[in-house]
Write a protein that binds this ligand. Structure first.
Ligand code: MOS
Length: 743
């Protein structure tokens, strides 16, 4: 007999066949008749203003429809000047083509519309624009003195907790001490799929936007606000995303420009950015981080200080949580955390996978390694000696925290006990072998989400919730939850997402989709199950006549008594004999705040890394990684593992390769292409092992899931850097660790 216990199983992606066969449609692949094509022209200067646009010259080309710029963009846009997207930082969001002012290099300054993409691109290449250049500043190093604490109440900035204990004195008096500054390069998200929007124009002010985004509702609300459209006239659709990583959290200028063109030209429009333009709308900021640690004689932490300065733009105040985690990952009574930003002439930074924590864990976890060597204690043991049993930032217990299990299981799998402490002490021929450890902590978040479920007389279930699917496995896990809740085969369930005509779900980010949308899907499927049970009980001689909902289970297409499995009905028979063509349930779920607010809700991980460094050439190979994660219940062992593999690959890239380099003379990201922005490829990646430790948690949400998209990245980069130190004795604090830094 087949089982219908799907939650937790290693289930292949239900959307896999559509993706590999090309049936999955991305935003640039929606084919509409009479499309006009846009091409964006980007500013070559970082600051100044446009003095002249020679649009006439390209408008003369047959097939060129229009050149949009600040000179002719209508004032219907931005009716509500204050309107911002849901994840906008404080300040004034960048408004494309609204002013001659240039605020950052690669700012969109014009959009050429033509009857074909090729013609639009050609015309854009001919468009002459004159500028008056002004001095720009893009170097954070020179702006240290301009750093200030963000906030002042209205920017969404969440300051780190105030200092506790006496961090300065405790550091002075510590038995062992370290202090150091860490920095890593700016990063751009670089999803494979370019940002693209195809807009269908249905008549005056009525549109459907097929947009590359992580949140269709966020985009819809934004478009309704900035163009002053009716809510009912705007639909936003996104069924598939070719990588997001945070780049699609905010509506980008591409969707604004595409909709603007469609409304003005009164016809369908497609706008796709170039790869170079993918470096023009947000990035992981480059942080300058300062860490001071001190230990007691037994190696437990006596003092911890972590300060960060990173850039923001001149028009918005971007912040992310970089240092706060440092006050809760380890037990320490004397803590001081500091946060500053300084404005530069760049686009506003943007959340990128594990925003803040990915950066913060680099500094803290390399510092912990340095501390271990100062104190002469094994780096894993050092962490165990300051194991936090309680979240000291919030002074609350954790809802669950199996990080100790991660430490033990991860170390056992990796073989950590065979490590010798001294740098350079483990070699294989010409290769220096190094073993490093790192880890981190991430939020477990549940957001309000709505869903709708309907089942037809043939036993086919459809579940709708307008969330996103970045490639995380959302289609699959929601299908599993629905199938298990109603005891139906996976093939009988269709889960649909990414459409503002569906019940509202939060944008896909923060690792909260499984917990948020999953809870809503489970809840509406339970409601539907209750309705089916009632129908079953209406039947003559029903064996379930007096059963309460808790007394029955839905399994293998049947409803049966838990106490007596022989007493059952077939769900399809119930539906068919009920005479109802379709039964529906909908609703929304919200976190149980009274219960949740008493606890600290977090996932944790630890990563063990082996590197082999060629003594003569300085080349680094990451030969083994074990990532042990405590993230509550795992809904799908296969898609969850895949999430973590991606995280580890990114962490390795962050340690060894990834960096967007600004030429400060031009104020411009110079390596804005895949040839020069280096990310790991298959040949760079060897063994990656993923362990999910058992962690039960009935506080975070009814499913007990904490989310897996981001926690797996934490500590990877630091563990690589620590392993390189162990191999070579070279402590590199300026990442990525390229060959020149090891020679
Ligand atoms: Mo993630 S940076 O919340 O898409």
């Amino acid at each position: 007999m087949s089982t219908t216990n799907y939650i937790g199983q290693a289930t292949s992606r239900v959307d896999g066949p559509a993706k590999v066969s090309g049936a999955a449609t991305y935003s640039a692949e929606v084919h509409l008749p009479n499309l006009a094509y846009g091409y964006v022209v980007s500013s070559p200067i970082a600051r100044g203003k446009i003095t002249k646009i020679h649009a006439d010259e390209v408008l003369a080309l047959p097939g060129v429809i229009q050149v949009f710029s600040h000179e002719n963009v209508p004032s219907v846009a931005w009716l509500d000047k204050k309107h911002q997207d849901q994840v906008a930082p404080g300040g004034s969001p960048f408004r494309a083509l609204q002013s001659p002012e240039i605020q950052f290099s690669q700012q969109p300054v014009a959009m050429v519309m033509a009857e074909s993409f090729e013609l639009a691109r050609y015309a854009a290449s001919l468009l002459r624009i004159e500028y008056e250049q002004e001095a720009h500043e893009t170097n954070l190093e020179t702006q240290r003195a301009k750093g200030y604490e963000p906030g002042k109440g209205k920017t969404g900035y969440q300051p780190p907790p105030p200092p506790r204990g006496n961090p300065d004195k405790a550091w002075e008096q510590a038995a062992h001490r370290m202090e150091a500054e860490y920095v890593h390069g700016t990063q751009h998200h670089n999803p494979m799929e370019l940002f693209s929007t195809t807009v269908d124009w249905h008549g005056e002010g009525k549109i459907t936007a097929y947009d590359k985004t992580q949140g269709v509702f966020n985009v819809k609300n934004y478009l309704v606000g900035v163009f002053g459209l009716n809510k009912d006239d705007v639909r936003v659709v996104n069924h598939f995303v070719g990588g997001g990583f945070g780049s699609g959290l905010r509506p980008q200028y591409s969707v604004y420009l595409a909709v603007l063109a469609a409304l003005e030209l009164r016809r369908p429009v497609r706008l796709t950015l170039t790869r170079a333009q993918m470096f023009s709308f947000g990035h992981r900021p480059q942080p300058l981080q300062y860490v001071k640690l001190g230990t007691n004689p037994d190696g437990s932490l006596a003092a911890l200080q972590h300060h960060v300065l990173h850039e923001t733009s001149h028009f918005e105040e971007y912040t992310e949580n970089i240092v706060t985690w440092s006050g809760m990952l380890y037990q320490c009574d004397n803590v001081k955390l500091g946060y500053q930003v300084a404005p530069l002439d760049v686009f506003t930074p943007l959340d990128m996978r594990a925003p803040g924590a990915a950066s913060g864990s680099i500094a803290l976890e390399i510092a912990m390694d340095e501390m271990a060597y100062e104190a002469g204690i094994d780096p894993l043991e050092l962490r165990l000696r300051s194991y936090a049993e309680r979240d000291q930032n919030q002074d609350k217990p954790f809802s669950s925290k199996k990080l100790r299990d991660c430490y033990h299981q991860g170390a056992a799998k990796f073989g950590w006990e065979k490590r010798t402490m001294a740098p350079g002490s483990m070699r294989e021929g010409n290769m220096l072998v190094g073993w490093g450890v790192g880890g981190g902590v991430w939020d477990a978040t549940q957001k309000k989400s709505a869903a709708k479920a309907s089942i037809t007389a043939d036993g086919k279930l459809t579940v709708l919730s307008g969330s996103g699917e970045n490639g995380a496995g959302t289609y699959t896990i929601m299908t599993q939850i629905a199938a298990e809740t109603l005891g139906l085969p996976l093939e009988a369930v269709t889960y649909q997402l990414g459409d503002t005509d569906q019940p509202e779900a939060p944008l896909q980010g923060g690792s909260w989709t499984a917990a948020s949308v999953g809870t809503a899907v489970q809840s509406v499927c339970q409601d539907l199950a209750g309705k089916i049970l009632k129908l079953a009980q209406k039947q003559a001689d029903s064996p379930l006549q007096d059963a309460k909902f808790e007394d029955v289970e839905f399994l293998n297409g049947q409803i049966r008594l838990r106490a007596d499995h022989s007493q059952s009905v077939v769900i399809r028979d119930v539906l068919q004999s009920s005479g109802e063509a379709k039964i529906e349930a909908d609703g929304s779920t919200t976190p149980n705040m009274p219960k949740q607010s008493q606890y600290s809700l977090h996932s944790h991980n630890v990563v063990f890394v082996e590197v082999k460094v060629d003594e003569d050439l300085g080349t680094v190979h990451v030969t083994r990684v074990v990532n042990a994660i405590a993230a509550g219940r795992i809904l799908n062992q296969k898609t969850a593992r895949s999430q973590v593999l991606g995280s580890v690959v990114w962490g390795i890239g962050m340690a060894l390769m990834e960096e967007t380099v600004i030429d400060h003379k031009f104020g411009r990201y110079m390596n804005h292409n895949f040839a020069e922005y280096h990310v790991p490829v298959n040949a760079d990646i060897r063994d990656i092992d993923v362990i999910f430790v058992d962690e039960e948690d009935d506080i975070v949400n009814p499913l007990g899931v904490k989310g897996i998209g981001e926690v797996g990245m934490l500590g990877v980069t630091a563990a690589v850097a620590n392993a390189i130190y162990h191999a070579t004795g070279k402590r590199v604090r300026d990442l990525p660790i390229t060959i020149d830094k090891l020679l």
